[in-house]
Each structure stands twice: as structure tokens, then as C-alpha cells.
Write a protein that binds this ligand. Structure first.
Ligand code: SF4
Length: 347
């Protein structure tokens, strides 16, 4: 049986995770103390990642998606950051209760992270081969000689031409697309069960973006790995994600399968994200509509629904009370007081 998502506001304890659940994030809260201001970057987030699936976390900058990912890997710098509540169960084991050695084993071996800009996360003075073999050495995956062969094989897998000679190249000697492929190879080095890809293609041009996403899809399928795909671009998600979490101001505001979210979006913010991406079925000359306004200051959220200053559907209740996450149908949940479908039907 598939585990049902919980409404953060209705959290009453830890539900049993089914066998198909690889990662369960339950009521996660992460905050930062910045010059005496408390910024709640993740505020009671609950979701599951199932074995072999790709879950997308979508939202603008500052919505909490990257902080959620960093919290899963316990990479939040403390101070100023702090995970103040919740649990993160990986294969049933609470990551927040792990000691330093268990965390070290888990990173790279069980969960790998692929970052947005390889130049900032790769070591510029080490060759690609050295950076590829390092995680395998840490996790005792073979002798130096056999590791070199494995590294070349990994580069071949991510479709880097002439992999043997690339092992001796430095990051700056590769193109942006090649560096991102090498970064993916590093993430895959220890065949992790979960890959967290944080905006993996944002810095690349559109053609290379598509190639990298296809590659990630093929590789996760081949290894039956799960993936959390973090992106601000709902357009990227349609083709690759099984399920979607839409985040705003540190909370999940809509959650569902890709088909539920794309065919029947129920949160005005999701509708806004959709209107701001180009679509193939869009009439010729149709305009893209950006979402008005700016994301809120997380240290000073407006009363009520945090989206109300930007929401075209806002009404009095929205300015007073924060809406809980409630079930629409099936796996589809939304945090909004109104039924946008009904509003459109009556318009
Ligand atoms: Fe808009 Fe109100 Fe829904 Fe918030 S609760 S998204 S302000 S309609």
C-alpha cells in the first residue's frame, strides 16, 4: 500500500512507511538566525520518495526547496542554520539521529547530490579522474587500478567521448555540459539509491539541458535509483517527474502526481507557474504571464496565506488564516481556501 501524504498541520505522529518508500520527510522545519532575525526556510514539510521514482520539488528562489535538500543530507551549516523539528527516514533510519560516521557513509554511498554549477562544487586543482575515484576510495569500492577503469566506465556511461583521456583533464578543460556530465558521473560513482539533483541544468543551454535530463532519466532507470529533482522550471518537470511538490514560502502548497498537477492544478501559485512557461499547445502570439510581485520575506511573512499579496483570487479569509494542506482527490493535496476550478466554472 502506498503511504498517504500527511497534511503538515494535521501531523500527529510518525506513520508507518510502506516497503516502497525509500525516503520519508515528516514535518521538517529548518530555520536560520540572520542578524537576530529568524528565517524559517522550511516550515513543516512532509513528503515521501518511493523506490525508483522521480519526485520534483518546484518553486521560485527562496521557496525552501534547496534547504529541504540540504537538510536531507544534513548539510545545513550550524550556526546559523538549525533543523528544529521533524524526522527524515531513509530506508526507515532517521538521518537526524545518525552520528557523523553514519552520515559520512550515507553521503555519496546511499544519497548523492548533483549541484547546479559544477565549477563551484568541483575542485579546480584535481583531475576529473581523481575527483571521480575519491568517493569510491572513501567507500572502499576497489583498488586504485580497478578504480581508474571504473572511472573511465562512468564517464562512458554519461556519454563523455574519449573517457580515458578525460580522466586526466581538469574541470576548466571541459565544456559546461561535459562538466555537468562529469558531476553526474561523480554522483553515480557509488550507485546511490537516491540522487538529489538541485537545478542540474540551469546553467546550460536548452539543447544540453534536454540531453542531461534524458541522461539522468536513463541512468536512474538503469539503476532503479530514486531522484529528487529540484527546479524553478515547471516545464522541466512535465517530462521527468512521477510526482510533484510545489513549494512556496517554505511550505508545500500543492502536491500530487504529475498528471494530477498538470491536468488539474488547484493552487493559484501552481497556475501562475504554469502560465509563466512556454507551452507547445499555446496559441501563436500568446503571451507568457509572469507571477506579479516578489516572494515574501521569510522572516516576516504576511498574516494568513503567504501568497495572498500576489494572488489574483485572494479574499478576506486569505488575509486572516493560513490554509492547511487538504486532500483534493487521490494523491492530490492543496493549501488554498478556494476551489479555483469552481471559481473558473462560475466566471
Ligand atoms: Fe490565493 Fe487565498 Fe488560495 Fe492563498 S488561500 S492561494 S490567497 S486564494
Amino acid at each position: 500500500m502506498l503511504a498517504e501524504p500527511l497534511a503538515p498541520e494535521s501531523k500527529t505522529g510518525t506513520p508507518e512507511a510502506g516497503d516502497d518508500v525509500l525516503l520519508r520527510v515528516n514535518g521538517l522545519k529548518t530555520r536560520f538566525n540572520q542578524d537576530g532575525r529568524v528565517v524559517t526556510a522550511v516550515d513543516g514539510v512532509t513528503f515521501d520518495v518511493r523506490r525508483g521514482e522521480t519526485l520534483a520539488i518546484v518553486g521560485e528562489s527562496g521557496s525552501g526547496k534547496s534547504v529541504t535538500a540540504m537538510s536531507i543530507l544534513r548539510l545545513i551549516p550550524s550556526p546559523p542554520g538549525e533543523i528544529t523539528d521533524g524526522e527524515i527516514l531513509f530506508n526507515g533510519k532517521d538521518i537526524l539521529a545518525m552520528n557523523d560516521e553514519e552520515i559520512r557513509q550515507m553521503r555519496g554511498s546511499d544519497i548523492a547530490m548533483i549541484f547546479q554549477e559544477p565549477m563551484t562544487s568541483m575542485n579546480p586543482v584535481l583531475t576529473i579522474g581523481r575527483q571521480l575515484s575519491e568517493p569510491m576510495e572513501v567507500h572502499n569500492k576497489g583498488s586504485r587500478r580497478s578504480l581508474r577503469e571504473k572511472c573511465a566506465e562512468l564517464l562512458r556511461k554519461v556519454r563523455i567521448p574519449d573517457p580515458e583521456s578525460r580522466l586526466d583533464a581538469y574541470p576548466h578543460q571541459l565544456s559546461g555540459g561535459m562538466r555537468q556530465r562529469a558531476m553526474i558521473a561523480m554522483g553515480l560513482a557509488c550507485t546511490p539509491k537516491l540522487i538529489i539533483a538541485d537545478e542540474p541544468t540551469t546553467a546550460l543551454d536548452v539543447t544540453v539541458q534536454a540531453q542531461i535530463l534524458e541522461l539522468l532519466k536513463d541512468l536512474t532507470r538503469e539503476h532503479n535509483s530514486s531522484m529528487i529533482l529540484i527546479t524553478h522550471d515547471l516545464g522541466v518537470v512535465a517530462r521527468y517527474a512521477t510526482r510533484i511538490n510545489v513549494m512556496y514560502a517554505g511550505r508545500i502548497v500543492e502536491q500530487g502526481t504529475s498528471s494530477e498537477i498538470f491536468k488539474d492544478p488547484r493552487h493559484p501559485y501552481t497556475l501562475g507557474l504554469m502560465a509563466s512557461i512556454p507551452r507547445l499547445d499555446q496559441p501563436k502570439g500568446g503571451r507568457l504571464i509572469p507571477i506579479n510581485g516578489q516572494p515574501p520575506d521569510l522572516a516576516n511573512l504576511p498574516k494568513g496565506c503567504p501568497f495572498h499579496p500576489r494572488c489574483p483570487y485572494a479574499r478576506d479569509l486569505c488575509r486572516e488564516e493560513r490554509p492547511p494542506l487538504t486532500q483534493v482527490a487521490g494523491e492530490h493535496w492543496k493549501a488554498c481556501w478556494i476551489d479555483v476550478k469552481e471559481v473558473h466554472a462560475n466566471a
